[in-house]
Design a protein around this ligand. Structure first.
Ligand code: LLP
Length: 421
């Protein structure tokens, strides 16, 4: 459920008509609902109410400072994957003890930053990383809490670019080698093993792959404890999918996920961490865009929008589907027409949808891409020297620009021409 609904014939974000924001901010822009972000965090928090847990929002999905502040105020932890994300989380007021650090290529500088600023745990992904973290911790005279990310070799049944739990993926250490790696970790004085980490992929639409992976984690917990390791924390990653195509998909709900987690791992007495990103932010956001032209093509019409692949890259990058709806509610029973929905960028990849059935729209009309709150703004670029689009947060009947559109002067002045040119 989200808070983008037609009221009085106009699409609203909570109590604010999106057209009103468009008039003030200009298009394209991203708009997020605080109520949806809050609701989605709480769904996960409540789904795990039966066990000691921390929901660590995967901020890669949407790392706007205002979104992070909202999450932090709700009691969320965060999952960070870079020094930049760590700094941003701290700037939003999230304490170090609620930050977990994931990622296959953490640098020594990033380790230093998090160890000196405070960190809940590092999710270590390889033995060379373990050695490096040990050295950095020893040089600072501290002990780094770690989990080791294991790769359980399960098929997440998702898009190949966002599957991470098969043995051919770059993530984690093969679960078969886990006992040897934990034995190695136990010899390193700068590290303290606290648990196990796993994350098998993103946009999963079934529970079975999670359950297979978590069953392997349960087995490994028992084996590692028998080997003498202290396993008190299990980080289960993120990955629960969202219904991008509302009409056709219904992924499992957080409550069902929570029940499965408790069924599979609940008897181990471990604290459970989860790292949802997409499910918290995805349906909490839309990208609003204006139709520039409707161009007649061979056997189809092109809807040329002022948003492009640089603003929302998911369709070009993953062939992803986003529902596209007009801001003015279509009349009941209106006949839908097929459009190729495209942006102004100079490559054919700049296509949001082909032969998409939509109510007829014309130049100047506004449309919204749904489910754009996760992996939308964060993956945007300024390709074609198109300014990053602004972000707006709505709460109830008020809204605020939480990232302004840069001016062309700002963009131009970011580059420098060397004196000798
Ligand atoms: N934890 C780890 C270690 C991750 O790598 C990810 C996502 C998450 C948590 C959060 O997963 P989520 O709950 O959001 O599915 N750009 C792609 C998605 C990439 C996901 C990367 N890792 C997209 O637009 O579909």
């Amino acid at each position: 459920m989200d808070h983008f609904l037609y009221r009085d014939g106009n699409l609203h974000a909570e109590d604010v008509p999106l057209a009103q924001i468009a008039a003030q901010v200009g298009t394209p822009f991203y708009c997020y609902c605080a109520a949806t972000l809050t609701r989605h965090f709480r769904l996960f928090d409540e789904a795990l109410a039966g066990v000691d847990h921390l929901v660590c929002y995967a901020m890669k999905a949407n790392s706007n400072l205002a979104v992070l502040k909202l999450m932090g105020d709700l009691g969320a932890g965060v999952d960070v994957v870079s020094g930049g994300e760590y700094r941003k989380a701290r700037a939003a007021g999230i304490p170090g003890e609620r930050i977990v650090f994931s990622g296959v290529g953490k640098t020594r500088e990033e380790m230093h930053l998090a160890l000196s600023g405070g960190i809940r745990q590092f999710n270590v992904e390889s033995e060379p990383e373990m050695e490096a973290l040990n050295e950095v911790a020893l040089s600072l005279g501290v002990v780094a809490p770690i989990t080791v990310r294991v790769n359980p070799d399960v098929d997440a049944k998702t898009h190949e670019k966002i599957a991470t739990g098969k043995s051919e993926n770059k993530f984690g250490i093969p679960i078969a080698r886990a006992r040897a790696v934990y034995a190695h970790a136990a010899t390193l004085r700068g590290l303290a093993v606290v648990g196990i980490d796993v994350h098998i992929g993103s946009q999963l639409t079934e529970l079975a792959p999670f359950e297979q992976a978590y069953a392997k984690v349960a087995e490994l917990t028992r084996a590692l404890r028998a080997d003498g390791h202290t396993i008190t924390r299990l980080d289960l990653g993120g990955g629960l999918g969202i219904p991008y195509e509302r009409a056709n998909t219904a992924p499992p709900l957080p409550v069902e996920y929570g029940q499965m987690v408790q069924r599979t791992l609940g008897d181990l007495g471990c604290e459970i961490e989860i790292e949802p990103g997409r499910l918290i932010a995805g349906n909490a956001g839309v990208l609003v865009s204006q139709v520039i032209y409707v161009k007649q093509g061979e056997g189809r019409d092109f809807l040329i929008l002022d948003a492009a692949m640089n603003d929302l890259v998911r369709p070009a990058m993953y062939g992803a589907h986003h529902d596209i709806v007009p801001l003015v509610e279509p009349a009941p029973g209106v006949e839908q027409v097929p459009y190729d929905v495209v942006g102004p960028v100079c490559e054919s990849g700049d296509t949001f949808a082909k032969a998409r059935m939509m109510p007829p729209v014309g130049p100047g009309d506004l449309v919204a891409f749904r489910s754009a709150g996760a992996y939308g703004a964060v993956m945007a670029s300024e390709y074609n020297t198109r300014p990053l689009v602004p972000e707006v947060l709505v709460s109830g009947d008020h809204f605020a620009v939480i990232r302004a559109r840069p001016s062309f002067d700002e963009i131009i002045n970011r580059d420098t021409i060397p004196e000798w040119l």
